[in-house]
Design a protein around this ligand. Structure first.
Ligand SMILES: Nc1nc2c(ncn2[C@@H]2O[C@H](COP(=O)(O)OP(=O)(O)O)[C@@H](O)[C@H]2O)c(=O)[nH]1
Ligand SMILES: [Mg+2]
Length: 419
């Protein structure tokens, strides 16, 4: 199956999906009959052998809508029998809704990157009729300009060239799709999606997340967003104001705590961060909290200081809760481009970073930094900030990310397909 088609099936609802949903109740009756029709008429849907049953059904329903709805009454008796099927359908529909809303968020958050990236790719594809060396050279520049990172781009181009040869692709249009597929492949490398996506949790007791990163990257904001998300999942969340260095940092976290409705442990400005975190852990334990999220100050100016401070904080956490911290999340500001890479290197030396939070992806046209970070530092991107609102935080998903990058093309592709 084509990769664009795969992403489309996963993330994009058909243009009639809303209507379809509204009509669903009235239509349920006819659907069963239609389903039967489909199996009988399989052969008539030529060239669509890989389309799954469900899609055929909806296609047939569309056709069916245009004509008269004769079989509606005839099927009335058949409804009763498949309540379980209906239940399954509704679970499926819910899952689909989640996926499409995640995709919509990535699409919106990556608008700047996509606009710049797809217009460059489209322009490139329009100028080259065949896939040759010059084409790849220009493509290389486009990828580098999206901050994908030189090493990753080289690897990517090499694989693309091989793939294009292997599949004997002549058409530059087709290359767009292969690029999207390779981006996902390069992102995952040898790892399975489940291994590297999502946050690690403590299965029996308090989960602790430690946030690190330089000033202004979005630590406190991300903590607020994450607290909100975990709380809405039914978890008991509490925060510790470990940035005792920057003026106003404690108040800022408190504000988030109030907004989201979670408790914040704090000391005075200038006090020992490790002591705040220690108190935060005691408070979390006494409240039987599920998750404690720790804010810290990011004083990159003095690496020795930073290292000492983080080591001390981490030691306290490790001592108080065996197995903790369950994630050390380094927040990087996507708008700072390659500078984010050097921050990642410094922090990795100071502490064991387990995952990256890439904030402000919405504010950059260079979202390719995700790939550079993952590929060149071998640290997975766990969360992405796609805006300033409390709900603008998403678990990173490479497929949704690539969908966000190529959404216009994928939507276009859909139109071509259905014509
Ligand atoms: N557009 C956008 N702004 C963000 C995002 N995350 C954080 N910010 C903004 O970045 C600024 C600094 O964030 P803050 O959480 O104080 O950074 P900290 O110093 O690392 O704690 C604030 O104005 C935030 O609103 C994001 O995902 N998108
Ligand atoms: Mg802060």
């Amino acid at each position: 199956m084509s990769f664009f088609k795969k992403l489309k099936d996963k993330f994009v609802k058909g243009p009639d999906a809303e209507e379809e949903k509204n009509d669903q109740h009235q239509e349920e009756a006819s659907e069963d009959v239609v389903e039967e029709d489909v199996t009988e008429e399989d052969g008539s849907l030529d060239g669509e052998t890989e389309v799954d049953e469900e899609e055929k059904v909806s296609e047939v329903i569309d056709d069916f809508d245009d004509e008269e709805q004769t079989s509606e009454e005839a099927s009335e008796e058949e409804i009763e029998e498949d309540t379980t099927e209906d239940e399954e359908e509704s679970v499926k529909a819910e899952e689909e809704e989640d996926r499409t809303s995640i995709a919509a968020k990535f699409k919106m958050g990556l608008a700047k990157t996509r606009n710049s990236f797809s217009s460059k790719i489209n322009d490139l594809v329009a100028r080259y009729r065949t896939v040759d060396e010059d084409f790849f050279e220009e493509l290389e520049e486009v990828l580098i300009s999206a901050d994908v990172g030189v090493t990753t781009v080289m690897e990517m181009i090499e694989e693309l060239e091989m793939e294009v040869k292997r599949r004997n692709v002549q058409d530059t249009q087709k290359v767009k799709e292969i690029i999207s597929e390779k981006l996902v492949e390069i992102y995952y490398g040898d790892d399975e999606a489940e291994e590297i996506e999502g946050l690690n949790e403590n299965p029996d007791g308090l989960t602790i997340y430690l946030f690190v990163g330089v000033n202004g990257v979005g630590k406190t904001t991300t903590i607020g967003k994450l607290a909100h998300r975990l709380k809405s999942e039914g978890k008991n969340v509490t925060l510790a104001a470990g940035d005792t260095f920057r003026a106003g940092a404690i108040e800022q976290l408190e504000e988030w705590g109030n907004r989201v409705g979670v408790n914040v442990t704090k000391h005075n400005e200038g006090s020992d961060p490790a002591a705040v975190i220690y108190d935060g852990i005691q408070s979390a334990k006494s409240k039987k909290a599920d998750v404690l999220i720790c804010d810290t100050a990011g004083r990159l100016q003095n690496k020795v200081n930073l290292m000492n401070e983080l080591t001390k904080v981490k030691r306290v956490i490790e001592r108080e809760v065996p197995g903790a911290p369950h994630e050390v999340l380094l927040v990087l500001d996507a708008t700072t481009g390659q500078n984010a890479m050097s921050q990642a290197k410094t922090f990795s030396e100071a502490t064991d970073v387990s995952g990256i939070v890439l904030s402000k992806l919405d504010g950059t046209a260079k979202g390719g930094i995700v790939l550079a970070i993952r590929n060149e530092l071998d640290i997975p991107v766990k969360l992405v900030g796609l805006g300033e609102k409390v709900t603008d935080l998403e678990t990173f998903d490479a497929h949704a990310f690539v969908y966000g990058l190529f959404a216009d093309m994928i939507d276009e592709y859909e139109e071509e397909e259905t014509v």
